[in-house]
Design a protein around this ligand. Sequence first.
Ligand code: G4F
Length: 337
Amino acid sequence: MTKKALITGITGQDGSYLAEELLQRGYEVHGLVRRVALEAPQRRTERIAHLLDKVILHPASLESYPSIFHIVSRYDFDECYHLAAQSFVAESFADGFSTMNTNINGTHYMLAAFRELRPQCRFYFAGSSEMFGKVREVPQSESTPFHPRSPYGISKVAGFDLTRNYREAYDMFCVNGILFNHEGPRRGFEFVTRKISHTVARIKLGLASKLRLGNLEAQRDWGHAQDYVQAMYLMLQQPEPDDYVIATGESHSVGEFCDRAFAELNLDYRKYVVIDERFRRPAEVDQLVGDSTKARKVLGWRPKYTFDELVREMVQSDLEALSRAEGREISRLGSVP
Ligand code: G4F
């Protein structure tokens, strides 16, 4: 029997990679999308443009329980990957109420609909290393206490607790992935890695002269999203539901990311990066580095991409796309071997 999976957030970076992964595995893949995305598919479904004839999209809103209930009632889903959220930390400081409403209620609506209609469906919640916030220990594992430092982080802790509670209270197969930062060429431009890779490429092509950033000292454990969606899949294939940290175990500062990205195109980041206070946050998460021993042992998961490979792919991909758009010859300009 063909397995059916529902992905919320299918048009995002992780959703698009996960849809590819599940299609390859022979799943019938359904995606929950906002109606505006269906109305402007070129712009809003760009990351899954190559999959549009292979996936089944349903209009719904995470803010509307009836719209979620309606879709869950129509198909006998085996697995649900709940990835949709307001996921930009800086925006959550600007409008904490919207972030809380969407992220907390949206997760609760999903869980409640599945409990009511499909309690056998396996459920994945996209938890985040942002939940560790002001970290209590280094590296962070499944047993590290949470101390979130943003409305986004708080909303993810609530989602984590809701998911665990549905597992414990209603005996449902609900798991939390505690994923550290994961990036790639499909990352949104608002996140620091893509902002850097895209601006580096623009500078190389003479389309920009400066890169404005906030805190260069913050450290993140950056992996590749393509590796991380495999961990999501593996979590739902286990005999028992549980929570897992997914991370590379390596930490780099934002400054190091800049250094590596500019060096990829033979540029010195110190000549181009300007500190702009507007990009600093009211409360910062200083040092994230994950201990994914449990996932490596139990799931047999490990990341394939190194930090250098991740940065190279992002910079080269932006350079190629921009060169194409500018009508220039596509070349791996100044690529460091
Ligand atoms: O790329 P970021 O915006 O990602 P952040 O805040 O770590 O959150 C990402 O990872 C989380 C997992 O831990 C996810 F849950 C979350 O949804 C998201 O995917 O910022 C990374 C770091 C921060 O310390 C930020 O202060 O980069 C610093 N930074 C410095 N200048 C900047 C900038 N971040 C952004 N976005 N833009 C800047 O100009």
